[in-house]
Design a protein around this ligand. Structure first.
Ligand code: ZN
Length: 137
């Protein structure tokens, strides 16, 4: 499923807007993300770094946390757009690929790839995603 161009453009614009708010004093690598939920809402998130580096949080996961906070645990993603401050190649990290998959394995991921803007379903970026399988009684 490919999203209409104007929807993709809206998401990229929302990601670009929030990218300017990133807290990235250490890496200087600002990232903005915008998620479109199945309910039709858009939520934005930027990366937030910390002096204790492992505590840094990516923009994608911040946007997803915001979406869950607003829509609740049944929230499902339709699309995610990601951009960095330089508007250069910026793909979601492995942790974010796993988290995006949790909320919709067909989520469309829009990012700046080596060949320009790219839009692909998350399952192509994270084949063999980890899934929790409850124990059989
Ligand atoms: Zn990430």
């Amino acid at each position: 499923m490919t999203l209409p161009v104007h929807v993709q453009e809206d998401l990229i614009a929302a990601a670009r807007e929030v990218c300017a708010k990133a807290y990235a004093p250490y890496s200087k690598h600002r990232v903005g993300a915008a998620v479109l939920t199945q309910e039709g809402n858009i939520y934005q998130g930027c990366n937030v770094e910390n002096a204790a580096y492992p505590l840094c949080v990516c923009g994608e996961r911040n946007a997803i946390a915001k979406a869950i906070s607003e829509e609740g645990p049944s929230m499902q993603l339709k699309a995610v757009a990601i951009i960095n401050g330089e508007e250069k190649v910026c793909t979601p990290c492995g942790a974010c690929r796993q988290v995006i998959s949790e909320f919709g394995q067909s989520t469309q991921v829009i990012y700046m790839g080596a060949q320009g803007w790219t839009s692909v379903p998350i399952y192509t970026l994270l084949p063999g995603v980890f899934e929790f399988e409850p124990e059989v009684a």
